[in-house]
Write a protein that binds this ligand. Structure first.
Ligand code: NI
Length: 307
């Protein structure tokens, strides 16, 4: 070949290399650009559905041991039930995640967060549960009955000793406050709050009414005592069936980004279910946080059942 042909060949080679380079970088650029589009589409399509999907419509949600799905397909299932009509959009659970170390700030506006909540305790296995949670880097929220905490100071202290675990108020005696007098409501909400603060050294700003039962007096009392009212959107019914596998499968079939999951640390079957539940939620792309982290800033007296 002469010199001119050589130059043409070299020129063509460089062009080919540039084209190959563009081809290999192109998908990365496209992927980054499609993420907001996917999340917008999810929000639009999900606003029609506030009610829990039957487990049969979300095949992956009923299986606890499936291998981790590809990020794109993993996004389809949990986002299906995402609610919120005016919210700008929820993060979508994608591929498997690992819990960040305890104390890490998690931004639930962009992360698919869920909150594990434990009611009616502290129970005889609560200290053990706190150890299990801490080992897995999972913060959780404990809605304590102040009468039970008073009778189980070591259980309450085990929760209070870990700054990543949140302590919240669930009344003194688990009374149904929707039928209670104003004096009873005040005692069950405000006296209980003060007792828990004194016993645990924590500031108590979240209240969960027993049975989720409330009326306007409960809301007014919550507002005046600096407590937001926290219910739930995922009820594992752990107290009823007392079966670890069922606790996990119900949670997985109803969970969506922003969920608040209701359980009870007074039951051994629930304590037993927690390691499997943590693993399954992480596998589906959910990061577990406290209720306060999940909701961000809350308004006293307002009711929250999910983010
Ligand atoms: Ni309760």
């Amino acid at each position: 070949m002469n010199r001119r042909t050589d130059l043409i060949v070299i020129g063509l080679g460089i062009t080919a290399l540039i084209l190959i380079g563009c081809a290999t970088t192109a998908p990365t650029v496209n992927q980054a650009q499609t993420i907001p589009a996917v999340s917008t589409a999810t929000t639009a399509s999900s606003s029609a559905s506030e009610t829990p999907q039957p487990p049969t419509s979300t095949p992956s949600a009923t299986v606890t041991k499936t291998p981790s799905a590809a990020p794109s397909s993993a996004a389809a299932s949990p986002s299906k039930k995402a609610s919120g009509t005016t919210a700008p959009g929820k993060p979508v659970a994608r591929g498997a995640v690992t819990q960040p170390p305890l104390g890490t700030q998690v931004n639930c506006a962009v992360t698919a967060c869920v909150a594990l909540t434990f009611d009616d305790g502290p129970g005889t296995r609560t200290a053990e549960l706190v150890q299990t949670l801490a080992k897995a880097n999972v913060p959780a929220t404990f809605f304590m009955l102040s009468s039970v905490a008073a009778n189980n100071p070591s259980g309450a202290a085990a929760v209070a000793a870990n700054p990543s675990m949140e302590i919240a108020n669930h009344s003194i005696s688990h009374a149904n406050l929707a039928n209670a007098s104003a004096a009873t409501v005040n005692k069950e909400m405000v006296t209980s709050q003060k007792r828990l603060e004194k016993q645990t050294g924590r500031k108590i700003t979240l209240f969960r009414p027993p049975y989720g039962a409330m009326n306007s007096t409960v809301k007014k009392t919550a507002a005046s005592s600096g407590q937001a009212i926290i219910t739930w959107d995922v009820d594992t019914l752990d107290w009823k069936h007392r079966t670890p596998a069922k606790t996990v499968s119900i949670a997985l079939s109803e969970v969506s980004p922003g969920s608040i999951i209701l359980m009870h640390d007074i039951h051994s079957s629930t304590v037993k279910a927690v390691p499997d539940l943590i693993a399954a939620l992480n596998k589906r792309g959910y990061t577990m946080v406290t209720v306060s982290t999940l909701l961000g800033s809350v308004t006293p007296g307002k009711v929250y059942s999910h983010r």
